[in-house]
Design a protein around this ligand. Structure first.
Ligand SMILES: *Cc1c(COP(=O)(O)O)cnc(C)c1O
Length: 855
């Protein structure tokens, strides 16, 4: 090949318009409609061609248009205003959740995720996990949380979907041109791209770093596709969730270990890390290594410091969603690394095993993250419970309720998902505060004041827009597929802008059961075929490239959508992504969600719909188990959240329930029209949902929960533990080892009570016990009563724990502890006693895994 060297030519923006670059290079534009409108209005066709990517857009604008615009004083003024708004936004320093003692802008928290869904133009996400991470950054930006984010810059991102004429999913992997995206290369002091390196089984893999501005937050994306690397290592950042296990471990090494190194190389030193899903759990190991080599801490003290300042969120109850590596693969990539931590390889592997003694067990990233973090959470109340059960073997001595995994329910960044028309209504009736303060219940309560007719008209307009969008999208795909002109024209007539429109869009993972609606096709045909009460469905979603069952489902939907009775009433939109999602969550009447309980950890698309006044019809899983009201006042439920062993039977029962809910509740309610052809009951539900759910399911609420419950405690821990040359980290480590060695000798005896066997409600029941502490001071333990009503199995239910206090000692040196129970209701009660370690800096005493029960 001839050595061709290339260079790029970019348009010269007239000086008055130069600030357009500033607007283009900050993803703040994607939740400020005014700014994206500004781009769209310059040239709608080019804007659409560029898929809403403002950098590519500006680069493609003809010089002539730019010159013209520069002469348009009104336009110049609007650009100047937008830039001023951005500057004001960036300059603001107040935060509703300040970090005590933290000054300036340096990040205190590093947020790691394998994917980020910021905007459709930045294809480094696949689905819910990524969009949640994107929303986390946007809300953290709005709330001024000192956070920096780390991910990977995938050259091909996640695949793009297209269907063959007979409905079989095909995948395309177009390359992203990073130079043409709102991101810039991080440079070192010499002006060259800054690079970091990690070891990959004896070879060096280098990566450069792209910086994406998401409001005030920097998102750093590592990119291994550089000339320094061997060709196969350049592929490490080619695809999101592509390749085999070896590719996956390489990606996770780069994300976790490389991520920490990139932060250090850039002079950033966040003291807290948040691992969003287990993919980044190697970051914990790297922090331990750095604390050992830079700060000369022993392994145990480095673990203490790392775990006390790490936050971990687990996201899925589906086993395949939790990465597990073969011991052989681990050995290939981590044998040397284990040595650098001073660990025998077997001890190293135990960090990722549920049972440290089981040599056959694989190395699980979730287990590693759980062990290296003292704040662990699931993403809804129900998922927290499911996770405690799922990971209880990591804490074998604990009752499942005590497994230290809590819950922070996900939320959505509403300014990114609320339709502009709806946003204008909210501006007027909720006050412009709703964008800044979407987690304030008082703000959403004002939704009560939106006149019914205005809300309904706005919603109807959005439905019309969705129908129009669907028609054009289907026509486009047909044109691309080479369909005949008549067919293309016919697709501009599909759907009915006035019919009850039910949307179903998500990944075609089996547990999400896109097929539930098709269990009884005849009944479905009757449902959509009623001429007085027409119903239509819009579907979208991608199946994983290796998931043939998911692909068959898509094909089944396509084929059914061609049968005469369903034609034009069931439509599948190809290539689901954030921009398709926006149209659907804004314009549907109903958002349908029927996962198999309890496999949907949370689900967020329904929250986007809810924020637009779209009603949810959903099984009681994930967030909907928290949001749903049994009187159907905020939306509809399918079933009661039952869990079945027989899945076929479950699908049968729940599909019947789904048809019943649609036929008996949803359709009649939607078509119960009064004055002005308005469904008052429906509109009331829309408002109820906004009033009661708007604040609770906002990403602002979620980020504030993380800040208060996890980030700030971890931030304080670092300051305490690291002060005076890590004095307390060292002390904690030796305390822990002391407790561990003595723990086995701790005993409880002589549990007694002087109270009668029957007491009245509200009367104290006194309990005393003698405890052998094997030389530990009484302050190092918590002796607890563990009590509650006795259930049918003779076990304690709804247990409470009550601290017992030391009260002298026996002649032979046993400590006496006393406590009392105050039963608040009549019935059979039971109690037992247990001992946990206690240290003021231990966030959660359960995280050490130590416990001692009576006898
Ligand atoms: C919000 C969103 C999701 C998440 O959907 P759930 O199935 O409800 O968790 C997935 N994909 C896209 C494009 C989204 O916008």
């Amino acid at each position: 090949m001839r050595p061709i060297r290339s260079f790029s030519v970019i348009p010269r923006l007239p000086p008055k318009l130069e600030v357009l670059w500033d607007l283009a290079y900050n993803y703040w534009f994607c939740w400020n409609d005014g700014v994206s409108d500004l781009f769209a209005q310059i040239d709608l066709d080019i804007w659409r061609e560029c898929h809403g990517n403002p950098v590519a857009f500006l680069n493609q604008l003809p010089q002539k248009i730019l010159e013209e615009l520069a002469r348009d004083e009104f336009f110049v003024e609007r650009v100047r205003d937008a830039k001023k708004n951005l500057d004001d936004y960036l300059a603001r320093t107040v935060s509703p959740v300040p970090f005590p003692g933290h000054e300036g802008r340096t990040p205190a928290v590093a947020y790691f995720s394998a994917e980020f869904g910021i905007d459709a133009s930045l294809p480094v996400y696949s689905g819910g996990l990524g969009i949640l991470a994107g929303d986390h950054l946007k809300s953290a930006s709005d709330l001024n949380v000192p956070l920096v984010a780390i991910g990977l810059a995938y050259k091909k991102g996640y695949f793009r979907q297209y269907l063959t004429p007979d409905g079989w999913q095909q995948e395309r992997y177009p390359d992203s041109d990073f130079e043409q995206l709102p991101m810039s290369l991080v440079k070192n002091d010499d002006g060259d791209p800054l690079t970091i390196s990690v070891d990959m089984a004896g070879r060096e893999c280098r990566a450069q770093v792209w910086k994406v501005a998401v409001g005030r937050i920097s998102l750093l994306l590592l990119d291994a596709n550089i000339a320094d690397n061997d060709p196969d290592l350049r592929e490490v950042t080619a695809q999101l969730y592509g390749g085999d296990w070896e590719m996956r471990i390489r990606q996770e090494i780069l994300l976790g270990i490389g991520g920490i190194r990139a932060l250090w190389a850039m002079g950033l030193a966040p003291t807290v890390i948040h691992m969003n899903e287990g993919h980044s759990a190697f970051a914990g190991l790297e922090r331990i290594r750095v604390f050992m080599s830079e700060s000369k801490l022993a392994f145990e003290a480095a673990v203490e410091l790392t775990a006390s300042t790490s936050v971990f969120t687990t996201h899925t109850p589906v086993p395949a969603g939790n990465d597990r590596f073969d011991p052989g693969l681990m050995q290939k990539y981590f044998e040397g690394y284990a040595k650098s931590l001073g660990l025998a390889f077997k001890v190293f592997l135990a960090l990722g095993r549920e049972d440290p003694r089981n040599d056959a067990e694989t190395f699980c990233m979730t287990v590693l993250a759980l062990r290296l973090s003292r704040f662990n959470n699931g993403v809804s109340e129900l998922h927290g419970k499911v996770s405690r059960n799922m990971w209880k073997r990591v804490w074998p001595q604990y009752p499942v309720d005590d497994v230290p995994i809590s819950a922070i329910t996900n939320g959505v960044h509403q300014p990114s998902f609320v339709a502009p028309d709806m946003a204008a209504l909210y501006d007027r009736y909720l006050g412009i505060n709703w964008k800044e303060d979407p987690d304030c219940a008082r703000v959403w309560r004002q939704a009560q004041n939106i006149p019914d007719s205005e809300l309904w008209r706005t919603h109807e307009r959005l439905r019309e827009r969705l129908v129009d969008y669907a028609r054009h999208r289907v026509a486009d795909t047909q044109r691309k597929r080479g369909a005949r002109r008549r067919e293309v024209e016919e697709s501009l007539e599909i759907l009915d802008p006035r019919a009850l429109t039910i949307c179903f869009a998500r990944r075609f993972a089996t547990y999400k059961r896109a097929n539930l609606l098709f269990m009884d096709v005849e009944r479905l045909k009757r449902l959509v075929g009623n001429p007085d009460k027409p119903v239509q469905f819009i579907f979208a979603g991608k199946a994983h490239p290796q998931d043939n069952e998911g692909k068959k489902l898509i094909q089944q939907i396509i084929q059914l959508s061609r049968t005469p009775e369903l034609k034009n009433k069931i439509v599948f939109l190809e290539d689901y992504d954030m921009s398709v999602a926006r149209f659907m969550v804004q314009g549907g009447d109903v958002w349908l969600n029927n996962p198999r309980v309890p496999l949907e950890a949370c689900g967020t698309s329904g929250m986007k719909a809810m924020s637009n006044g779209v009603l949810n019809v959903s099984t009681l899983d994930g967030w909907w188990a928290e949001a749903y009201q049994p009187d159907n006042s905020v939306g509809y439920g399918i079933g009661q959240g039952e869990i079945y062993d027989d899945w076929d039977y479950q699908d049968f029962v729940e599909s019947q329930t789904l048809y019943n809910v649609l036929e008996n509740d949803v359709v009649p309610d939607f078509y119960d029209r009064g004055h002005g052809n308005m469904p008052r009951g429906w509109v009331r539900r829309m408002k109820n949902a906004l009033v009661h759910l708007g604040a609770a399911f906002s990403a602002h609420r979620m980020v504030e929960d993380y800040v208060r419950n996890a980030y700030i405690p971890a931030f304080k821990n670092y300051r305490e533990l690291a002060a005076r040359d890590f004095a307390k980290a060292k002390q904690m480590a030796s305390w822990r080892m002391d407790v561990m060695t003595k723990w086995g000798d701790i005993h409880i005896r002589n549990v007694r009570t002087e109270s009668p066997t029957q007491v009245f409600v509200g009367e104290p029941f006194l309990i005393e016990a003698e405890v052998w502490l094997a030389g530990l001071p009484v302050d190092d333990v918590r002796v607890e009563l563990y009590a509650g009503p006795i259930n049918q199995d003779g076990d304690v239910d709804r247990r409470r724990t009550i601290a017992m206090s030391p009260d002298g000692e026996t002649e032979d040196g046993w400590k006496i502890f006393k406590g009392e129970l105050l039963p608040q209701e009549a019935g059979r009660f039971g109690f037992t006693i247990r001992i946990l370690p206690f240290h003021p800096l231990l966030i959660d005493p359960r995280s050490l895994g130590l416990i001692r029960w009576v006898g």
